[in-house]
Design a protein around this ligand. Structure first.
Ligand code: HEM
Length: 493
């Protein structure tokens, strides 16, 4: 048994940090050509074993959570932001219970109630925000511009706070909350991942913001408990009603910290995806027109006006669904999913092996890394892999559908091509929401938020951009580089 091949590098400790940090996808594709699907690179003194392709995804994400451990890989980054006793600060069994609690707040009933609220927030934003000045003018032939990332970040936090976070957060958005959020967010960077503790002002601001944010939520919870306030549809309300298997309810601090975790988990992932989706629609006006037509066909009432969106109808719009799905194929917000290796683990020879009879062993103390971005862009799986083509998802016999089916069939899991449905298997080449034990629970909410956003924007505006920007990998979540200014014009009704 031998260690997986190590990526050649000149600088002893730094290793491949620079190539990986600047463009992880390019780096992985290059290494894949040289070393195959499994290789180890040095990242500032850590050894990271990458496993690529759908089998690599399966190796990392389907691995035992005690051996490929998420807490050890993430806690130094997340615990200063979220706080104690939740997520990666507790043993995995406890976090699994907490994930179930959060799911209650994401029930279908709640989601159904959220659609109208999200649409209202977006319309209010378009009608009042300075970014949409031209939209608000009388002359509909005038073209205006907006920075898509800026606008998406604002809309995402507005819609998430109106729905999941609850009215107290929504009411405070324009005040201290936005600043606190910003300070916390400055603590969620690759630098914080690589260096848990630096004597920097941004680290101190992060810590102060955490204390204030935590107190802010604890205050809300205390007031609700005292006033028997009725907020049945938001996440705080759901969490206040849950109990651990031991019978113990959540403490106010635990609820507060889970709320911070949800805020951080949903904010950049959704706003990045929304930005990429609008950029592609702006670059492909024919697809945007088809999305518009889908809206007109489904929602025009007898009076000739378009009705508001509903949850059921949103689930039934194949092209809108495909736009989101295809955007997440090319731009999954999370390019590297990491685990810490607590014990030596052999690599299955079907994934990679040094020789016919040998096996690679990933040694204890390494990290393992899955990058579904690679299998999602693999030209062996996807026809014209680097072309954004939402229609590939509407062909139930096409390569995209097959890619989802491959694993689902093997495991007897149901394929549902409905709204937001993505294979739950760990060996699928398509995994923007991860897979296995740590899989995302925000998928349905994200689809709802993004679907409502795209539909609402496309109903009211035409969009244009010359070309879709490149990826910026210097943030935790993959963002579009500048320029990312979209031109828009109000639609004629
Ligand atoms: C986990 C992606 C939105 C909550 C994950 C993972 C991915 C992901 C890839 C797996 C991480 C890992 O295995 O280490 C996304 C994308 C989103 C999105 C692409 C939007 C487009 C959300 C939202 C929420 C959320 C809106 C909350 C409402 C979570 C939680 C986990 C998770 C609680 C579990 C982490 C774990 O078990 O370790 N997400 N996410 N996500 N996500 Fe999301």
């Amino acid at each position: 048994a031998t260690d997986p091949p190590e990526v050649f590098h000149w600088l002893p400790i730094i290793g491949s940090a620079i190539s990986y940090g600047n463009d992880p996808l390019n780096f992985f594709f290059d290494c894949q050509k040289k070393y195959g699907d499994v290789f180890t690179f040095v990242l500032l003194g850590r050894k990271v074993t990458v496993a690529l392709g759908s089998k690599g995804n399966n190796f990392v994400l389907g691995g035992k959570s005690t051996v490929f451990n998420a807490e050890d890989a993430y806690t130094h980054l997340t615990t200063p932001i979220f706080g104690k006793d939740v997520v990666y600060d507790v043993p995995n069994e406890v976090f699994m219970e907490q994930k179930k609690f959060v799911k209650v707040g994401l029930s279908t009933d709640n989601l159904r109630a959220y659609v109208g609220m999200i649409e209202d927030e977006i319309l209010e934003f378009m009608n009042n925000d300075v970014n949409f000045k031209t939209y608000q003018m009388d002359d509909i032939n005038e073209w205006g511009t907006f920075d898509v990332v800026k606008v998406m970040q604002e809309i995402t936090i507005l819609t998430a706070s109106r729905t999941l976070q609850g009215k107290e957060v929504r009411e405070n958005l324009n005040k201290s909350f936005a600043e606190l959020y910003n300070d916390l967010d400055q603590g969620f960077t690759p630098l914080n991942f690589l260096f848990p503790n630096l004597p920097l002002e941004s680290y101190r601001r992060r810590d102060r913001a955490h204390v204030k944010m935590s107190n802010f939520y604890v205050d809300i919870i205390k007031k609700r408990r005292a006033g028997h306030d009725d907020h049945e549809h938001d996440m705080i309300a759901a969490l206040m009603q849950q109990k651990y298997r031991s019978g113990r309810p959540l403490t106010d601090k635990e609820i507060a910290h889970i709320m911070i975790a949800i805020l951080m988990a949903g904010q950049h992932t959704s706003s990045a995806t929304g930005s990429w989706a609008l950029l592609h629609l702006a670059a492909n006006p024919d697809v945007a027109e088809a999305v518009y037509k889908e809206q007109v066909e489904h929602f025009t009432g007898p009076d000739g006006k378009m009705r508001p969106l509903t949850y059921e109808e949103l689930r039934n719009l194949p092209l809108l669904d495909s736009v989101i799905r295809e955007t997440l194929r090319m731009h999954p917000p999370i390019h590297s999913i990491m685990r810490y290796v607590r014990d030596d683990v052999p690599v299955p020879p079907t994934l990679a092996a040094p020789s016919k009879d040998g096996v690679y062993i990933v040694p204890k103390g390494n990290y393992v890394l899955a990058s579904p971005s690679i299998s999602q862009m693999d030209p062996k799986v996807w026809k014209d892999a680097d072309k954004w083509d939402p229609y590939r998802w509407n062909d139930s016999e096409g390569i995209a559908a097959q890619a989802l089916k491959m694993y689902v069939d093997e495991n007897g899991e149901k394929v549902d091509y409905g709204f937001g449905a993505v294979s739950k298997g760990t060996e699928s080449p398509y995994q923007p929401f991860g897979a296995g034990k740590h899989r995302c629970i925000g998928e349905q909410f994200a689809y709802l938020q993004l679907g409502t956003l795209i539909a609402t924007v496309i109903r009211h505006m035409e969009l244009r951009i010359e070309k879709v920007p490149e990826h910026n990998y210097h943030t935790m979540i993959t963002m579009p580089k500048h320029p990312r200014t979209i031109s828009y014009r109000r639609r004629h009704f």
